[in-house]
Design a protein around this ligand. Structure first.
Ligand SMILES: Cc1cc2nc3c(=O)[nH]c(=O)nc-3n(C[C@H](O)[C@H](O)[C@H](O)COP(=O)(O)OP(=O)(O)OC[C@H]3O[C@@H](n4cnc5c(N)ncnc54)[C@H](O)[C@@H]3O)c2cc1C
Length: 395
């Protein structure tokens, strides 16, 4: 069988892989994308996208599509889970656009995924292959040879591993151990805002801080739905799959412990169902070699899975994608040099975001005296603590 050599092969069709395909195809690059699932799909939770990310998506011509699907929260509110007291707030809206050149947005993952997929298809430059589970790859000076479970082989000049937390491409590149369990569980749900009493409907991002738990709610799909995620300590049940299995409100309520403010109780009670994700991550990147070697580059969770306390995992995948395409355009460089430049330009920022996400988690879940100090600091410093100029103004 004759195998045609591709220009770039991407393994993984999540938000990161599709973003990379789009960024490359927009520059006239022919891309082949392999996804192991039998359909392109995303689990129905939401994600926040900071202005650093909306700016990139807008620069790819996605502004109209995003405006028709996403929500643009008015502000970030930090409240005590027990008393309901507002500790601090940060306005978004025109302030964010003026400061960072793009708005703060929140969107259903499925909507962002579908939007990227449609944009990828519209370029006419991306070959999409479903049911192609990458199991093995070999690389040399001449390029990459990839094998999938269905027995197919693909040759390419270069490859991008965007195959997520349990990345096979990463295993090949770094041969390291499995991701680490954080000992935290994320319960996620979406509630139709029309089913909530008027006083509980919200167009803000609200973070509820408790003792060793926190909850975040924000609007998605033009504000019609309220996404709610609650993070509590706990281990996944032994026989559970690695992530995303059905979860029960009663388990969540007992994990949240103490008395909660009636507004938070009421939103929790309105959840139609819950999904449960055990949270895993990896230690922050230690160097550029962890993001690319030779003709193979890693992107998104394959390279730098992080805890969700800065709401930037998918955001960093989008930033990676943009940088990857810019480096590929450097036709004065050889293929491994292009990926080396990509890794050099990205690893420190990704490591910083990973590090800050871990630290935020410790702060969010502080209890006792430290929790009291945290609340006081937010009251006193409010906006200065909640805004993140180095992140939102970057990369
Ligand atoms: C509770 C929670 C809240 C979050 N909130 C936010 C937020 O608000 N903002 C934000 O920016 N990020 C957030 N994130 C992080 C974000 O979800 C991830 O960082 C992002 O989805 C990673 O995208 P990815 O494409 O790199 O990986 P994935 O989404 O995991 O996609 C990987 C793709 O590769 C495919 N694949 C896997 N293995 C293979 C293989 N061997 N061969 C072929 N294909 C393969 C998979 O099927 C999948 O389609 C959150 C995460 C969690 C858990």
């Amino acid at each position: 069988m004759q195998v045609v050599k591709k220009e770039i092969l991407i393994a993984g069709g999540g938000i990161g892989g599709l973003a990379a395909a789009l960024a490359l195809a927009r520059q006239g690059v022919d891309v082949t994308l392999l996804e192991r699932a039998e359909a392109f799909q995303e689990f129905g939770a939401g994600i926040q996208i900071g202005p650093n990310v909306t700016r990139t998506l807008f620069s790819w011509g996605l502004d109209d599509a995003l405006r028709s699907l996403a929500s643009f929260p008015d502000s970030l509110q930090v409240r005590q889970a027990k008393s309901g007291q507002t500790l601090g707030s940060l306005p978004f809206g025109s302030r964010t656009t003026l400061r960072y050149g793009a708005p703060y947005a929140s969107i259903a993952r499925a909507d962002l995924h579908q939007l990227l997929l449609q944009s990828v298809i519209d370029t006419g430059r991306v070959e999409l292959h479903l049911n192609q589970n990458l199991i093995r790859l070999m690389s040399s000076q001449d390029g990459v040879e990839v094998h999938t479970q269905s027995g197919q082989a693909f040759l390419a000049q270069a490859m991008v591993g965007a195959d997520g937390l349990w990345s096979v491409a990463r295993q090949y590149l770094l041969g390291d151990i499995a991701p680490r369990k954080s000992g935290l569980l994320a319960y996620r749900t979406m509630i139709a805002q029309k089913n909530l009493p008027v006083h509980l409907r919200s167009q803000d991002v609200t973070v509820w801080l408790g003792s060793r738990m926190h909850a975040v709610q924000y609007p998605v799909r033009r504000g019609e739905l309220l996404n709610l995620v609650v993070i509590v300590p706990g281990l996944a049940p032994a026989q559970a799959p690695q992530w995303d299995h059905g979860a029960h409100a009663a388990d969540l309520r007992s994990a949240m412990g103490a008395v909660l403010h009636p507004a938070l109780e009421a939103v929790l009670d309105a959840a139609p169902s819950w999904r449960l994700w055990p949270l895993c991550d990896r230690p922050p990147l230690a160097g550029a070699h962890e993001m690319a070697q030779g003709p193979v580059a890693l992107l998104g969770d394959a390279a730098h899975p992080m805890r969700p306390f800065l709401a930037q995992g998918a955001g960093m995948a989008v930033e990676d994608a943009d940088q990857l395409a810019q480096c590929w355009a450097r036709s004065d460089l050889k293929v491994p040099e292009r990926w080396a430049l990509y890794a050099k330009n990205r690893w420190e920022r990704n490591a910083r975001v990973q590090q800050r996400s871990i630290r935020n988690g410790q702060i969010f879940h502080a209890s006792g005296l430290i929790g009291w100090g945290r609340d006081l600091a937010i009251r006193l410093m409010g906006e200065r603590l909640m805004d993140v100029p180095w992140l939102y103004g970057g990369p």
